[in-house]
Design a protein around this ligand. Sequence first.
Ligand code: ARG
Ligand code: GLU
Length: 726
Amino acid sequence: MEIKRLRLIMATAALPVLASASFTASADEGMWLPSLISERIGDMQEKGFRLSAEDIYSINQASLKDAVVLFGRGCTGEVISPEGLLLTNHHCGYGQIQKHSSVEHDYLRDGFWAMSRNEELPNEGLTVSFLERMEDVTGRILDGYSADMTEQQRDSVVKANSGALIEEATSEGKGLRATVEALYYGNQYFLFLYREYSDIRLVGAPPSAVGKFGGDTDNWIWPRHTGDFSIFRIYADKDNNPASYSPDNVPYTPKKFFRISLEGVHEGDFTFIYGFPGSTREYIMSEGVRYISEVSDPAKIALRTERLGIQKKYMDQSQAVRIQYSSKNASVANAWKKWQGESGGIRRLGTVAAKKAYEARFAEWAEGTVYENILPQLDSLYEALEPYMFALEYYTESAGTVELSSFAMKVSRMMKDSLADTCATQQQRDSAAASFAMELAAAARSFYKDYYMPIDKESFIAVMESFGRDISDGFKPQCFKDALAKYGSVSGWADVIFGESLFTDSTRVLALTAADTAAVSNDPATRFAREFRGWYTTDIYPVCQRLNREITLLYREYMRGQMEFEPGKAFYPDANLTLRVAYGKVMGYSPADGVYYEPQSTLEGIMEKDNPEIFDYNIPQRLRDIYAAKDYGRWAITDSKGNTTVPVCFIATNHTSGGNSGSPVINADGDLMGINFDRVWEGTMSDIVFDPDYCRNICLDIRYVLFIIDKVAGADHLLDEMVFAE
Ligand code: ARG
Ligand code: GLU
């Protein structure tokens, strides 16, 4: 009785009682908050770490956190010299490298190396953020909240208090940016205060044949040989404060930078990743997991398999089409491969059944408490949500992917915007018409450059036929039924859209004026997009939004319940692009019976894959020459087979996610041993459930980075400003 009363009290209090960390659910699982790392430090040290919690995170002295940055708004980077040199992935710096590239200077193809400070290239819009401090502010955020308030009232309290807190925190100095983030579904709130630098210059990037070696063929795959790195430098004003670009700015002096480890990588070595994982859902109930692994992922995979097959067919037939669709193909393939690992991993682990068993135990425990009804409520909300969520995701992956109709909608919006300026004078009308023509020409140029109609039309037929099969009749929009009745079949419908739309002809598009609204709005490609979008925004999206919100609110309760149910377990909050620590060890894995993958790859593997005929595997001639001459200098190692070679990548058991790209991979002494850039596809369910047998993050060996800089790029002056661990 006493215990039940206590649970009731805890359930209505603002703060969940966070377990003092003693053990985790499974070895190496977890993305821990740096400010609370003292709760994990014992375990870390037991596994080989030789530094202290204060060395990882401190607000009193320089610590490793001061050498880690959020790069842009989706990657991680690390400072590696006293003069603000910064490392991240090639795929994280890709946009910047591309922007500086032209036909005369193709830095994507050939690489780029600034041979002196004044050759370093500024990047408008790029920022890096250092975490100044993070702080549990739950009390302040919920100040003024009482249990009898509605959720809307609670939201207003949270919003008002967050705003005040952010204002207060950012008034302390230059370049400060703050966010308040809900952790554990809003059971806790943390303030994150960043110092954001905005003069970030490109220092170096290897050619794509190194930085993107293996391309999409090897993406999410081990063994891997991608030299996925690029180098930037942070600039500051004369007082070392953030400032926008100025030729007078000077290299930033960091509070802390990573020393480079040349010790090498051995199976079993302790590793730790410090970075910004984007999003995970480790605590959702069985129904949520079942939906992902049995319904959503398989449907999305099937739709993308169709589209990838069609793209491949035409890309194989024509070099021009291959170039047009390589970037589109890459982004379609990236999630496609990840989802396969995710749903396969969940199935292999039996996560749905395991969660159901856990829920049965939870329900028994919860009887007579405030948590009693949570699971049945979640269950019925999931049941109500499923057909809507499925329709929403299906729309995005089918009708939402038709290139021609997306472009038609874009032109239609541009017209509306242009006409929205009700212009009084003839002169103003003329200038509006001229700017519409310019905007249209630019949009058309970028669309038609990479558009191949046969791919779009065949994809339309494939995804819309699937739509007809997979979406139940009750959920199909009227426009879909009408079109089938009118044209007889999806391919008949496609003949009309792709045969009659003016958007299939760029000269007709370029001849449009802002006044041609009727032609655009009655065009079959525009109508298709508009009618489907109308269905989505009125019938589907609002229901999903409402039910998802209710589900999230219940998760706040369920999360707190789970923490009370297992008081001995160490919980970590789901990833939300805030700074985290994940630790583990260098380790191979066995993805299938009879197969074992070693944890380290070498230059030998690059030479095995090298093939001038295959775009993804065509290495720079310079690398072939170096290999032939075995001119490895100080970067040579002897591998397990006795070859003299160069290390390239390695895998480890760190729990990472999207956003950890570019994260420092740190050894037991706090020195840099590599750069994180991917996971193995068999372990991508780690966003939902971590499996120590299959989940491996993929890291670039820092020695390969140095070898490329030194031997391939001839930019060894950069090595002079780095500090190497003894
Ligand atoms: N799979 C990595 C990540 O998810 C790398 C993606 C970029 N590389 C590529 N070949 N598409 O985001
Ligand atoms: N490549 C991913 C990124 O860009 C990291 C891989 C992962 O999802 O773990 O963040």
